[in-house]
Design a protein around this ligand. Structure first.
Ligand code: R5P
Length: 311
């Protein structure tokens, strides 16, 4: 087995390599003067089972091209099997046509990865489960929930918990986490705009009074969804609100928004390389999913069960 990394998240790649006690493959993934991506693999990979580690996070188009070109280089170097390990799968939110004459970019990206030469894909908390079906090659979708549940038990296990989905679409994810937390109760933030032009009203389904609320979501991008939900929960009498989010996209002013929000803490994973602002925030904590990904990689290489990681 060999591990190769693009440049999107080298600390995570090194941590996965550390877990597997494997060095990263000697390769140069660099730019020509005009920013074209160039990849050169400096060791033999003929007949090898190769895992390419690359999140397609900001700058998402550059990181996607790096992934595709790494896969192409490996295929032309006669690797036996190539697995694209994409902890954060960008473009995932474009998974359906929201209106006429719009793309389904998640499907296009799946096609690009397959056409480049990937034999398998390994991702974490895909925005929508059906993205697995966009690939006609085996695709494993890992869940960060066990890592989050362990952290929640350690930090908040002695408090009366309430798991909260920040929108109706996230209920399945929230329910799965609640089950791992000894069947903690579940609440839902129901955002409604009764008439166009009216501001959104946040209704809380469930009694959160006095509860330590755990908001769970797959992505925090601008932070709007989460910070508004946190405020609505505090207004409804929650004792505290902590958010656990797999992918800390945190674009633009998101970190500043989190820093001045009603959130006690935002916990994200290291699926995306944190910016300096994220690292500097005393409201944001990062937990690692390197052992989770490393173990899944080991099991794929050994042809053993990946799903039993979540039993
Ligand atoms: C939406 O379906 C996702 O699960 C997230 O809630 C959303 O992407 C978060 O975006 P933002 O932080 O910009 O509100």
């Amino acid at each position: 087995m060999k591990l190769m990394a693009g440049n999107s998240n080298l600390p995570l790649a090194r941590a996965i390599a550390g877990y597997l006690e494997q060095p990263l493959t000697d390769a140069a993934v660099r730019r020509f003067a005009d920013e074209e991506v160039f990849v050169e693999i400096n060791e033999n990979v003929r007949g090898e089972d190769v895992f390419v580690l690359q999140s397609t996070s900001y700058p998402c188009n550059d990181n996607l091209m790096e992934l595709l070109i790494c896969i192409d280089a490996l295929r032309r170097a006669s690797a036996k099997r190539i697995t694209a390990v994409v902890p954060y799968f960008g473009y995932a939110r474009q998974d359906r046509k929201p209106g006429p004459r719009t793309p389904i970019s998640a499907k296009l990206v799946a096609n690009l990865i397959t056409t480049a030469g990937a034999d398998r894909v390994l991702a974490v908390d895909l925005h929508a489960g059906q993205i697995q079906g966009f690939f006609d090659i085996p695709t494993d979708n890992l869940f960060a929930a066990p890592v989050m549940a362990a952290d929640i038990q350690a930090r908040y296990g002695d408090k009366p918990l309430m798991v909260v989905s920040p929108d109706v679409g996230g209920v399945v994810r929230a329910r799965a986490l609640a089950k791992r937390l000894d069947n903690a109760p579940l609440a839902i933030v129901d955002k409604r705009r009764d008439k166009p032009g009216q501001s959104e009203v946040m209704n809380i389904i469930g009694d959160v009074k006095g509860r330590a609320c755990i908001l769970i979501d797959d992505i925090i991008d601008s932070g709007g969804t989460l910070c508004n939900a946190a405020q609505a929960l505090m207004d409804a009498g929650a004792a505290s609100v902590t958010a656990y989010i797999t992918h800390g996209v945190l674009s633009g002013a998101a970190v500043a928004r989190v820093n001045s929000s009603a959130l006690k803490e935002l916990v994200i994973t290291d699926s995306i390389l944190p910016t300096e602002a994220t690292q500097a925030s005393d409201r944001i904590r990062i937990i690692t999913i390197a052992p989770l990904i490393g173990e899944a990689v080991r099991r794929i290489a050994d042809e053993s069960s990946v799903s039993s990681l979540f039993d």
